[in-house]
Design a protein around this ligand. Sequence first.
Ligand code: 5GP
Length: 190
Amino acid sequence: MKELEERILKEGRALNEDVLKVDSFLNHQVDPELMKKIGQEFANYFANRNINKVITIESSGIAPALATAMCLNVPLVICKKQTSKILTDDFFQTEVKSFTKNSSYELTISKKYLSSDDNVLVIDDFLANGEASKGALRVIEMANAKCAGIGIVIEKSFQPGRKLLDELGIDVYSLARVKKLSEGVTEFFN
Ligand code: 5GP
């Protein structure tokens, strides 16, 4: 998505070879007009797949996921990041290693909002090692729901996540694919 790439080039900041900050339009301040276009792009790509629910992971996935859910006219369910296990049967839960923090969290979703009737689109802001996406796939599997695909705003293609999800046969649609990061430099795949 050309406009997204231009924003990343203009406002993104590569902290090092691994981490890109896009606080001015996605992760801290959010640009609603850009989110609308992102939502429309995902909705166009995943149209006609009988998606009945969008899921994302708090908190940075929420803005693009809500925009997508609005375009598809389906509910959005936000997976919570709990710090400890919940010891009741009311939730699906799985441990995920955080890319940005040197820690893990329990990806948690209520059984009220995910079931075998669901055909789900997963939306997230970044794809790095694929841990968050794989966690989302695990809770979808726990619920015997189906995953129609994964939409990623910014994929760092040089990190392992993309290959991992391809190997699982998941349809991953990324709006910007970053080939290389180094301090002050961001390169994309065309
Ligand atoms: P993964 O689970 O694929 O390793 O990492 C994805 C999650 O880590 C995303 O949900 C995102 O919140 C965070 N993340 C990964 N890489 C970056 C990055 O370069 N910049 C920012 N801001 N977040 C990232």
